[in-house]
Each structure stands twice: as C-alpha cells, then as structure tokens.
Write a protein that binds this ligand. Structure first.
Ligand SMILES: [Fe+2]
Length: 284
C-alpha cells in the first residue's frame, strides 16, 4: 500500500511503501496520481532506477515527451541534467556552452510550458549527486492563485499567457543556434488552470512566460512578477540524495535548480517529462 507522508499542508509529500520498479497495481497508481494532484510535489527516497525502469514508471503518469532542443539527450525520452559529458562522463568545463544553457534552470520555471502541449508533470531521478548544494526548489502557483482576492481572480480568469524558451534563455545570455531555435514556437496557454480532479486552480507562470496576450510588455511583467512573488511565499527546497525520485506537477508549481560546485562535484540527474494531453491516461 502506498504510504503518503505530507511535508507541508497540501504541498509536498514523501511517498513510500511500494517498490516502484515492480509492476504497480491499479489502486497504487490511482493513489499516486491522487497524491500528486493533492501535494504537487512527491518525494521518493532510496529507490534506484535505471533509464528503462524510469520510462516504465513514467508511463503510469502519461506519455513521456521526446526532446527536440539543446539538451544533450534530445531525441530520447530523457532530459539530462548534468555537468558530465554524455559521451565521456568527464566533468564539463565551466565556460562550456552546455553549462551556460543549464543556468536557465536556476530561474523559476515550469518544464515545457513553452510547448503547444505543456507538461503534466516531471519525474527526476538522482543518479549521482554532489555532497553539498544542487537543491531543487519548488513554489506553489496554486497557493499564489489562492492568495488573490475574488476581484483579482475574476480579472485574470480569461487571460492567455505566451511562453517562449528562446526569450527566457536569453536572460542568462544563452542564444540558441538558428537550427535549434526553429524547433520552438511562442506557445499560448490559459494563465489559470483548473485541475480536473480536484477543481483547484493554479497559474502557468515562470520565466518562460513572457507576456499576456493583448497587454503591453510593462503591464504583463508587472502582473507576472506579482504572481511569481506570491508563489515564492511557499518554497520547498529538496536536498537530493542518490536514488531519490521527485515528481512534480508542472501545472501547479514552478521550480528552479540551485548552485553547486560544478567544477569539483559530479552531478547526474535524468528527467522524464510527461506531456499534458488532457486527463490522466486510462488504466487497464
Ligand atoms: Fe526544470
């Protein structure tokens, strides 16, 4: 039976009681999905998982995306978060363009919010983590929404927001090669999202959100900055250990990486990103 231990009220829970590499029965999957809907961030400790096992586990949540961007694992179901060269396993130099690219992950964001189909959730497994630093932080955009007055909620109810990773990466000085840039679009999403299972509302914000449709840049920034500041009132910082798995709801939290000594310590994390195709996939 799945064990769910809340780490805060309605936000972040530790999950256990099950071998997640074994085939999961229907009731466990339903409980797992319910826990994600309720807590937005799920932490599993001491569960080693290789690539094949991670893909099998990910499919309980939906369809894993295949990346097309600048990530070294593009073309596979993985997004690799690492300071290690994918071919040699050696530490990448600090001034390498690949490390510059990863700086963008240190800004609050939602994975794949810049795609036509944004992401339902991400699953990140810790294969090799530094002994210090490199936490991942999460902030609730559901709490941000719930901190708004009734009037404010009405005012933003129908707004659409544009997300563009090319513009957000520019903030850290990373400019895409033209060949890669053409894989991306300016994606439009409703600013307010309603979770179909719980009915609770959240906001699609973060660094990729570059403007409100029909609004000036200045007015858009003012609103988006205010909403992000509200989310930052509730931050959970996950300190990684090897063999951790963290699953988060990309419709209800923004997250960011935090620094570590990347010239000294090795770090390898593998992420699968589940596309938001609609509702949870059906269970046979
Ligand atoms: Fe991310």
């Amino acid at each position: 039976m799945l064990r769910v231990t809340p780490l805060a009220k309605d936000f972040c829970a530790e999950i256990g009681g099950v071998d997640f590499n074994a085939p999961l029965n229907r009731s466990v999957v339903i409980d797992l999905r319910d826990a994600l809907d309720t807590y937005s961030v799920l932490v599993i400790r001491d569960q080693p998982m290789d690539d094949d096992q991670q893909v099998v586990f990910s499919k309980y949540f939906g369809r894993p995306e295949v990346g097309k961007g600048a990530n070294p694992a593009a073309g596979s179901p993985f997004s690799r978060q690492s300071n290690l060269d994918i071919k040699t396993g050696e530490i990448i130099q600090a001034n390498d363009r690949r490390m510059l690219y990863q700086k963008g992950n240190m800004l609050w964001h939602m994975d794949s919010s810049f795609k036509v189909h944004s992401s339902l959730c991400s699953i990140l497994t810790a294969r090799e983590v530094p002994p210090e630093g490199g936490n991942t932080e999460f902030a609730s955009t559901r709490f941000a929404y719930e901190s708004l007055s009734k009037l404010q909620r009405t005012a933003i109810a129908e707004l659409e927001v544009e997300h563009d990773i090319r513009r957000s990466r520019e903030l850290t000085g990373y400019i895409y090669e033209p060949e890669t840039a053409k894989n991306f679009i300016v994606a439009r999403h409703k600013l307010v999202r309603t979770n179909p299972s719980t009915g609770r509302k959240s906001l699609l914000i973060g660094v990729h959100a570059c403007g409100i449709v029909g609004w000036s840049n200045e007015k858009s920034r003012e609103l988006l900055n205010d909403l992000l500041a509200r989310a930052e009132q509730s931050v959970f910082s996950h300190q990684w250990r090897n063999n951790d798995i963290v699953i988060w709801d990309n419709q209800a939290v923004v997250h960011r990486a935090t620094p570590y000594d990347a010239s000294r310590y090795r770090r390898l994390m593998q992420r699968t990103t589940i596309s938001l195709d609609g509702i949870w996939p059906s269970l046979s």
